[in-house]
Ligand binder design. Sequence first.
Ligand code: C2O
Ligand code: CU
Length: 538
Amino acid sequence: MKNNVNIQRRKLLKLVGAGAAATAAFATFPGFLNAKTMRVGSQPSLDFNPDVEIRLTGKVKHVSIFRGPTTRVWKVTGEVLKGDKSVVTNDEETYLAPTIRLHQGQKVRIYLKNELPSATILHWHGLHVPSKMDGNPMYAIDNGETFVYEFEILNRAGTYWYHAHTHNLTAKHVYSGLAGFFIVSDDEEQALKLPRGEFDVPLVIQDRNFDQQNQLKYAGGMMQRMHGFLGEQILVNGRPEFKLPVETRAYRMRLLNGSNSRIYKLAWDDGTPIKVIATDGGLLEHAETLPYLTLAPAERREIWVDFSAKEIGTELTLRSLEFSSSGMGMMGGMGGGMRGGRSGGMMGGMGGGQSHAGEAFTVLKVRVSKKSSSNDVLPKRLSKIPALSLADAENPQSPRRITLSMRHMSALLNGRSYKMNDIRKDEIVPVNTLQLMEFDNGFHGMGGMGMMGMPHPMHLHGEQFQVLKREVRSKSGKGYSSLSAGFLDKGWKDTVLVMPGEKVTILKPFNDFTGLFMYHCHNLEHEDMGMMRDLLVK
Ligand code: C2O
Ligand code: CU
């Protein structure tokens, strides 16, 4: 496998040519280095002047997640080589990769050192970076190798993240630990009086299975591949039974669904509605209030929670509510009941020990434990978001249609599965254009319906997009009605959940950078089953 990735990568690199880094080095040492065979990301480039330099090292480590035996994980540890040390926050207690915090306009160089027992590569999810810095699987590096990323933070303030993106192995690598937050700030956001420091809390929600020795279990069987992995143990920031002590004031909570395939239906147990202030690509124009939040894999929502009227000692629970998953795959709707731990009860459904997709869980608990002397007021206006216009699209009459389907043990986009260096005519996009695109999950025809109807969280690399419309074939579809009130299609998005029987139309800009940019389902088991393709921007 390891060698395969490399052979494919090197073949492709010959075709694509070497990167800017190689070109710069070649110019300095003519005849010494052969730019044609030099690997992308193998050298820092001489003409890139970073404000911040970071080294990330991936290694097998043992961390103490539960009482008793430690858990063997794949752990990324970060170190700031140049710049403010607070850019990187490591969490030694768990498997999560460090949180990286940068400001718009900063230039960063990141050395990724692979000391893991597999080739791997990291992708900066939601960031607008050059193709060669984007963590395409063809750039995977072997154990002992280092990849040098160099890019400028062009994105607006937002909760982004990063994770492994290895060919056929993304699900396993992310499951083992290779994912972390990448938080960007900008001047507009800093000018607002939003909760900061300890009152600004990133929270990543993940589900895992552990054996009696506290070791991660990942089966990878047929059912698990078709449906995606569903774990019975919910972890927040890599911890089971997560509790957050809070003061009597407002908090900014940044929620990331970092699970392989589980969708959450998040609600406060006392019925307090959810106030959303930001989505994948940063702040909304103003807060939106929802009864619950539907959070699909890879999606982010920032919420505003005010505990100022609460008594000391009050406990609040953030739950994932049960939802009907019938029409969501053949195993949908089986199993059931409430489960919050790893041992609880019988295995749901018949999926070889799988818990079911719409299962209820306790996600985290908040305990009001201290009086606060200060508070922040939610600003009426958070940001101004320029609406992308259909009139500016290159193809306003003919959307690029991407059909989502699953059949014969494969997950497909337009009937195709992933292959390196396999760009078709309809996958070529002219640079600096705005494209009208649609994801069709059985809206036309029966592709996504019936037994194989599954929700697909669709993600595009590169710039953030805007959702133009969401159409439903039939409103009586249960999967639709039990999650739809928690959708929020406003603002800038990089991942959008497409339910069975739905069609979601988006406007996606392809500015600044040429090269390969992926689009895929962010159910990581689906991604590894081939539900991923490259777009060639040129
Ligand atoms: Cu978060 Cu291509 O992925
Ligand atoms: Cu999918």
